[in-house]
Write a protein that binds this ligand. Structure first.
Ligand code: SF4
Ligand code: SF4
Length: 403
């Protein structure tokens, strides 16, 4: 259940968020956070902090997935801030200008708190309407039985369903005068996981699918604060993929990375959720003639994924050296890479990452739809510690838990 405060001040993605820049009266309180971030950086065997491409090559790349359909700008901003401080290499978000703005605001705020690297910003798009990342749940609560115990609300991992019981023409809930339900799906928070569909005993919830507009995507790719694109494709409709690709041809050259995504899975529903992801990695490892590029495990990833990958020898356990090139981007000499170490280039965390930090974010009071986590250093510290439990094992941070 979302807190009443969080719902009442829910912030639509179209809202303009004022750039963070930490309030001067709070800077002193952020010392613990700086110290925590510094301890993670110091624990790295190589210095300076690896760039995103170096992380991919070293096999310890971490991506935060905000969600291809998750458009709550306030939460996206705060998630981006927390995970930038934790040291992620990339933040993947909806291909929407307001959401991209929120991600960059979170990154800027993090960089104003501590000396961390700027992660790449990746936008997610689809080539057809089959991918469930690009759908929204919807129902009319007035069609729901007024005495429904609302399991849909309880099962939603994004707190995207909020329903109130209302009594028409006076009376009270206590007198059992429950005339109807109001509220429903907060569209911007719904990321299409589908859990509410099967929870409804009256089959009232349906899904609306959509495809991201290629023109908008192309414009976003031309922005200097967008670095990468992920295309969700089933691989079955090459005509649709080609159509999308052709419409991006003038802008995709600006991307530092183009990623492909296939079948969605969730990692926030328990330890077993990662088994399918590991099984896929094992299968991929055994495949001859693998496609070129880096492999990133996503979908079904959670706090148990790294441990399992290591068990099967699919994740690097040793750090490798790298050299700094002449350009601003550091580079690794290819011959230095041990293919076994770099086999899985990295991990992307979505539902699980949002869940562990989201339980802190929902405690933030919102004012006029804004909720800046750095205004509440105690919550920021709590959220950062949560994020480090996920990012730390991939990066090889050593002593962050001791602080
Ligand atoms: S589809 Fe998932 S995120 Fe959307 S409302 Fe239903 S349970 Fe919540
Ligand atoms: S579970 Fe179904 S009937 Fe009950 S409130 Fe939710 S959508 Fe309505």
């Amino acid at each position: 259940m979302p807190s009443p405060v969080a719902f009442a001040s829910y912030c639509p993605a179209s809202s303009s968020l004022v750039p963070s820049l930490v309030r001067s009266d709070l800077r002193g309180h952020l010392n613990d956070i700086k110290a925590l971030v510094l301890s993670t950086v110091k624990s790295l065997p190589n210095s300076p902090i690896p760039s995103p491409i170096q992380s991919l090559r070293q096999g310890n790349w971490v991506k935060l997935i905000c969600g291809a359909s998750f458009e709550d700008a306030a939460d996206v901003r705060n998630l981006s801030l927390v995970y930038t401080l934790a040291g992620v290499d990339c933040i993947d978000c909806a291909a929407d200008a307001a959401v991209v703005g929120a991600v960059n605001e979170g990154i800027d705020a993090a960089m104003s708190i501590a000396m961390v690297k700027r992660p790449w910003v990746m936008i997610s798009v689809n080539d057809d309407k089959e991918d469930v990342h690009f759908r929204k749940a919807e129902f009319d609560p007035e069609d729901c039985p007024s005495d429904c115990p609302r399991p849909c609300e309880k099962v939603c991992p994004a707190s995207a369903i909020v329903i109130q019981r209302v009594v028409e023409g006076g009376g009270s809930v206590e007198n059992n005068r429950l005339d109807k339900l109001q509220g429903g799906v907060i569209t911007e928070r719904c990321y299409g996981c589908g859990r509410c569909f099967s929870s409804c005993p009256y089959d009232r919830i349906s899904a609306t699918t959509y495809a991201r507009d290629p023109t908008t995507t192309s414009k976003l790719l031309q922005r200097s604060d967008v670095d990468a694109i992920e295309i969700h494709t089933s691989g079955r409709r090459t005509d649709l993929f080609n159509l999308l690709w052709d419409s991006l041809v003038d802008s995709v050259e600006n991307a530092k990375l183009v990623a492909l995504d296939g079948r969605p899975m969730s990692g926030d529903i328990g330890k077993g959720a990662t088994r399918e992801a590991i099984a896929f990695a094992i299968q991929l490892a055994a495949t001859c003639n693998k496609p070129h590029g880096f492999y990133q495990l996503a979908g079904g990833t959670n706090a148990f994924t790294i441990e399992s990958l290591k068990k099967y020898g699919l994740f690097q356990t040793n750090h490798i050296d790298y050299v700094i090139g002449n350009s601003s981007e550091a580079r690794i000499e290819d011959e230095q890479i041990d293919p076994r170490q770099a086999y899985i280039g990295g991990i992307a965390y979505g539902g699980y990452a949002r869940k562990i930090v989201g339980k802190v974010l929902c405690k933030l009071p919102r004012q006029d739809g804004h909720a800046w986590i750095e205004d509440h250093p105690e919550y920021l510290l709590e959220a950062l510690n949560e994020a480090l439990t996920l990012v730390g094992p991939v990066k090889g941070y050593i002593d962050y838990r001791e602080r």
